[in-house]
Design a protein around this ligand. Sequence first.
Ligand code: ADP
Ligand code: ZN
Ligand code: ZN
Length: 739
Amino acid sequence: MPQPILRLALPSPLRRLFDYRAPAGVPHAALLPGVRLRVPFGRREVIGILVELADSSPVADDKLRPALELLDTRPPLPAALFRLCLWTAQYYQHSLGDTLSWALPVLLRQGEPAEARQERFWHLAEGAHLDDPRLARAPRQRDALKAIAQHTHGLAHGLLGKLQLNKDSLDLLLAKGLVRVETRRSHTHAAHQGSWLLQPELTLNGEQRAAFEAIRAGLGSFRPFLLAGVTGSGKTEVYLQLIHQVLKAGKQALILIPEINLGPQTLARFEKRFNARIALLHSNINDRERLDAWLAARDGEADIIIGTRSALFTPLKNPGLIILDEEHDASYKQQEGLRYHARDLAVVRARQENLPILLGSATPSLESLHNAHAGRYALLKLTQRAGGAQPPRFLRLDIKSRPLDSGISGPLQQAMAQTLSAGQQVLVFLNRRGFAPSLLCHDCGWLSQCQRCDARMTLHQRHNELRCHHCGYVERPPRNCPKCASVDLRPVGAGTERAEERLGILFPDFPVLRIDRDSTSRKGAMEQLFNTINRGEPCLLVGTQMLAKGHHFPRVTLVAILDADGGLFSADFRASERMAQLIVQVAGRAGRAEEAGKVIIQTHLADHPLLVQLTEQGYFAFAEQALSERRAAGLPPFSHLALLRAEAHKPGQAEVFLDQACEQAEALLQQLALTGIELLGPVPAPMERRAGRYRAQLLLQGSARAPLHRLLHAWLPGVEQLPGSRTVRWSLDIDPIDL
Ligand code: ADP
Ligand code: ZN
Ligand code: ZN
């Protein structure tokens, strides 16, 4: 029988498979689709995944290289996940090899065995006891036996060194029949016994119960739910009770949360509630821990899997439910490489694996609301705060021609003083890190510009640095103006550092805590800050959107939003949606306990219809208004976008490449007779130069998804071949969220 040709997906951006001959000595039957093989690729060796076997190859026989080594006896990725990767690669027009390799934990990409680590465990043999006469003059063996007796689930071999026991004593005990050895998975936690609950469930209120019952009735088959519940309405309690149902049915629950939310707070709630094996997958675990968690989920050794965006690609042996919390959060969209949206893919996965999926948010994305209106998602609402807390009151504070002191107006100062003297806490939201967004020469107008970007350098006074928030470039602030040598250099605008400094001067009797990426980068810093806040003494919190996410600050009764105008002026059509979500989420931190909260929004556009609607009628009224504006303008979710981005070292190169790509696309539109698709651009990117590269983009907008994707599919192989494609760096972003 002739040797089959192996068609492999390799970790390469090229959108094709690669042919190899089978490795020497490997039987045909071992060549299962999905297994990993080590192969030569150019001058390197890489690990690929077998997609299919073929009888022949377009590659000449003498050019066909043999694979070097077969790494698996069974495919590491279960079929369901393989299918999800196929779908992902197709939809996002990404190479299958890259997608598969990306879906695997790093250690599996590097060739580690895809089975749980086995370890030896030492147990007491039946009938063995510590005062066995044979040990009377063998104190080391007695100590060893004692240590083993203390480990009811067995003493892991790997712990011997730490306990200062030596292997020889154990071998002697084994020879005497006093101990026995068991080899098993090293990371197993004892499987579940008894009740799944460690603490009683709360009694659901009417709305919670209705939502819970609706979703419970949907367990066992595909159905998407959108749980729109105001902040503090008890969404998490609904999740917890559903997870309990899933566990009782012997299935696993996958919970996705935004990056920042994976604080100890969220996790603690799950751990306190369940007597279950919880696997965690987020960015703060090492590669080994990730692989262990991944294997535990795949092999059914974890009951609850909690993770951030990429945890969506965790294989599950018995999936029962997917929950995606804060579904509006932008961190679900990956912004480089494989630019997938975990929310959209979660729905696809649920459909493929026939599961219910629950998307939850106080401020659902316009996309999801649109899907609910169209009947694709079942909409469940929680309109009341659980536990009787009052919704916050909003005040739009017009700051036109009012003097601002580091961004803080007089009336706001008074409100802060009142709150603090009443013994309560104030939260100040400002979405800008650093001291000031730029440094200005008062004499000649020079501005601290990044050398590598079309952007200002932010002044970070505490570290005495100018930093570019776009490329990471750092320099010392000059003492004299580089242009006119004047010493009159002034910070313009205010960031969190400046607000912190100023508030410290205005309210010297109260602590000011800053919460942003700079102040929380140290491990444990965030927890320390939260501990201080939770002590409940009056204080001021100043922070960026980090403050907006999921936290519970019972003593905060005043929320101040220093500047809401950015979201109303921006050229990005999603800016107003984001602003509304941020305002509502930040506001949701206020008055979550007994005292009602108040939210003061400083703005120059106090009469802006969207802002009025949001503050007077709430998020859903805003969302309806915003959706009807999107419909009128033909913007998503009423149309579909794809963005081809390019960047190059020389000005103009990216445009030339995009022009060529655009011509190809126009030709294809004709050839395939596709309608309803517009090509917009190429145009320079909103920030044309970044990190020393010149950037441009071409936007494709389609009134329907199918024709747009047909075009993309036909187009990309040609784009890959364009002469310019080697000098520019380019990428395609399907359903981009920032343009
Ligand atoms: P969300 O996830 O919607 O922000 P949470 O689930 O965190 O809301 O609930 C907010 C607060 O209300 C929490 O302290 C929670 O313990 C409490 N809570 C939730 N549901 C109930 C209920 N049915 N009865 C009493 N308290 C509840
Ligand atoms: Zn100057
Ligand atoms: Zn820069």
